[in-house]
Design a protein around this ligand. Sequence first.
Ligand SMILES: Cc1cc2nc3c(=O)[nH]c(=O)nc-3n(C[C@H](O)[C@H](O)[C@H](O)COP(=O)(O)OP(=O)(O)OC[C@H]3O[C@@H](n4cnc5c(N)ncnc54)[C@H](O)[C@@H]3O)c2cc1C
Length: 527
Amino acid sequence: MQSEIKNIVIVGGGTAGWLSAGIIAAEHLDLSAETHAPNITITVVESANVKTLGVGEGTWPSMRSTLRKIGITEAELLQKCDVSFKQASKFVNWHTEKNHQYYHPFTLPIGVKKVNIAEHWLNAQHSSQHDYSQFCQSVGYQDQICDLGLAPKMVATREYDAIANYGYHLDAQKFSQLLKEHCTAKLGVKHIVNDVETVNVNSNGYIKSLQTQQNRTIEGDLFIDCSGLHALLIGQHYEVPFIEQKSVLFNDRALAVQVPYTDEDEAIASYTLSTAQSNGWIWDIGLQTRRGIGYVYASEYTTEAQAKTTLQKYLIKNTSLKATDELNIKAFEFTPGYREHFWHKNCVAVGMSAGFIEPLEASALALIEQSAKVISEQLPRTFDSMLIIAKRFNQKMTKHWQQIIEFLKLHYVLSARKDSPYWLDNRKPESIPPALQEQLKLWQHQPPSQYDIAHTEPLFPAASYQYILYGMHFKTNANSAKKLTKQAEFALALMADNQQKRSQISSVLPRNRTLLNKINQYGMSNI
Ligand SMILES: Cc1cc2nc3c(=O)[nH]c(=O)nc-3n(C[C@H](O)[C@H](O)[C@H](O)COP(=O)(O)OP(=O)(O)OC[C@H]3O[C@@H](n4cnc5c(N)ncnc54)[C@H](O)[C@@H]3O)c2cc1C
C-alpha cells in the first residue's frame, strides 16, 4: 500500500475527540495560508444520543502549552469554562486515618536541573538550623501558596506564563464545547452529528469508511477512536484485548456531585483535595462557581449505598450544605485497565477507549494530550510508514500506562492505614507490580532519580516520586559521604534561599479568586 493519508476521521466529541482534533488541526490545517489548500481533512463525528462523560476536571500544566498551540486564549478559557488554577494535589489522611497531609505540587524541586536535591535534603533533614523536616517545604514554596489560597501568577503575568507552575480545574462539558467551537470555527475541522453503526473494511482489514444510522458514509484514511468506554473501533470492531488492572488498583466506581458556592466570594482552593476514606478517596475541586466533589471506591470492598453515605457525610462536614437529599449524585462504573495495543491497522485509540485508571493524579487528559501530540507530530504520510509509527506509538503508550499504574499504586503501598481490608490488601505484595517492588527496595538506599525512569518524556518525573515517598514518611538511608561535597554546599545554599523565598512570596501573589475575577473583568496580558 502506498497511497497517502489525507482524511482523518475522529469518532467521538468528548474531551479526547476535540483535543485530538485541535492538536492535529493546529499543526496540519494552516488556515492563515493565502492559498488555503490544506493537505489533509479532519472530521469529528459524534452522537447526539450518546452523552460525553462530562467529568474530568483536573488538568496538568501541559494543558497550557496545548491550548496555546491550539490558539485558544487563556482569558477565553477562564471566562468560558468556569476555570480555576490547579497547582498541586493535596493528600489528606493517606498515611494514617487522622491528622496527616502532604502536597504533590506541580513546581519541581529547586535546582532540579543541576542537583538531585533529595539526596542532600536527606542529610540536612535532622542537622540544620532550619526546619527541614518536611521534603516539600524544604525544596519549594508552592505548598505555602496553596495553603494561603493564592494564585500561581499576577495580573500582569502574560497569558499561559507562570510564577508557580500550574494547570487548571475546569468544567469538562464547557471545555468540550469551547474546543468544538474553536476547532470548527477557527481550525477548519468538519463536524458531523451522526451515530456510527457499521465499520466497513477493505480486504486487508483496514477501515475504509463508517456507516451511520442516519445513512451517511464517512470515508477516511486514519480513524481515531475517541468513542469513550464504548470503544467502537478498537474494542467493538477490532476486539483488541483489554488488560485489566483491578488486582493492582482496586477502584472501579465513582460517585460525583456538583455543589454551588453559597457566597460568591468564597475562597477557591488551588489544589485538588484528595481525602482518603476506608474504601477509596474523595476528590474535592473548586471551580469559579461551584465545587466538584466525588468518591472513587472499590466495589469489592463497599456497596454503592455505603459509598453514598460516606460521600454525604463528607459533604455535610466540608461544605455549607445542611442536607444532601436534593443533590444529583451521578454514578460511574469503569474497569481499570488499558488496551494491549492502541494503534491497530489504520485505527488509533485515544482517551477512555484506550483505557482508564482511576482519576488519582488526574493523568487522563495529560495522556490524551500526549497521544494526540505524538499522532500529530508523527502523522504518517503513507500506509507503509503507518506500520512503523504504530509500533512505536504502542511501545510508548504501553510504557506510559505502566508508569501511571505503578505511580498510582505507590500512593496506596506507602500507607500505614489499618482501618479496613481495602488498605491492608493494597499493601499485599501480590498486588504490587514487580517493577515497583524493585524501585521501593532501591529507594531505601537512595532517593528516586531520573535514572530510575526507563523512558524519555515520562509523565511522572523522579521529583513526583520524591514528593509522594517523603510526603508519606518513606525512609531512605541518608548517604553521609555526600555531606561534604561541593554539590552538598550548593544544595544547602538553595535550600536556605528557598526559606527566604517562602517568606516573600505571599506578599507578591493575589488571592486565587481575586485574580480570576480580574481576568473575567479585564482579560489578560498577552504581550
Ligand atoms: C469519575 C471520573 C473522574 C475523572 N476525573 C478526571 C480528572 O480529574 N482529570 C482527567 O484528566 N481525567 C479525568 N477523568 C477521565 C476523563 O473524564 C476522560 O478521560 C475524558 O473525559 C475523555 O473522555 P472521552 O472523550 O474519551 O470519552 P467521552 O467523554 O465518553 O466521549 C465519548 C464520545 O463518543 C461519542 N460516541 C459514542 N458512541 C458513538 C457512536 N456510536 N457514534 C458516534 N459517536 C459516538 C459520544 O457521543 C461522545 O461524544 C475522569 C473520569 C471519571 C470516570
